[in-house]
Design a protein around this ligand. Structure first.
Ligand code: GRF
Length: 180
């Protein structure tokens, strides 16, 4: 099954998928300047900036069409920071996977690590789930705890969470590839 990855940031999770030898064939971003795109000079890449489209749905339809044209069958969100509209999800039903830095359904949203520290939780974690039209909702594929340590900052906790993400995300993708 051919994988397309969506990124917005540094792309360490994209790197983990590549290092695991998974069949990543195309990478797209909502930001032309996303550092993650520099990790894949050997692959087709494209940027779909909201400003270039009349609406979010139009942008998502264009992005989905581009991924389909690359032969993509499974989409992995690896630090992709925009919500996907039905215009995208309808093209890849049950075939979009996301990695999130908390034990969902607790602490959804873009500031999950800071929110968990502010709430004083003892256990943070990583969730890999199938994307539906909610914010960080959808069936969970894999989940793992990450303890919060005394003195943790957003940076130190997020770094330990990412170490787990880099193992859990490729494992979840492999699980899905085997199941299909
Ligand atoms: C990860 O922590 C992911 O869970 C969150 O955004 C971060 C992306 O990091 N959604 P990277 O771009 O893969 O380094």
């Amino acid at each position: 099954m051919t994988i397309g990855v969506l990124v917005s940031g540094t792309g360490t999770n994209l790197q983990a998928l590549l290092d695991a030898g998974l069949p990543v064939r195309a990478v797209a971003s909502n930001r032309r300047d996303a550092p993650a795109l520099e990790r894949v000079p050997h692959l087709p890449t494209a940027a779909f900036e909201l400003d270039d489209y009349g609406s979010r749905a139009e942008r998502d339809a264009a992005m989905a069409a581009w991924l389909e044209a690359q032969g993509v069958e499974l989409v992995v969100l690896a630090g992709y920071m925009h919500i996907l509209t039905p215009a995208f999800l309808e093209r890849f039903p049950e075939r979009v996977l996301n990695v999130h830095p908390s034990l969902l359904p607790d602490f959804p949203g873009a500031h999950a690590v800071a929110d968990q520290l502010a709430a004083g939780v003892a256990q943070s974690g990583v969730t890999v789930h199938i994307v539906d039209d909610g914010v960080d909702t959808g069936p969970i594929v894999l989940q793992e705890r990450v303890p919060v340590l005394d003195g943790d900052t957003v940076e130190t906790l997020h770094a330990r969470i990412k170490d787990v993400e880099h193992r859990l995300l490729p494992a979840a993708v492999e699980e899905l590839l085997c199941a299909r």
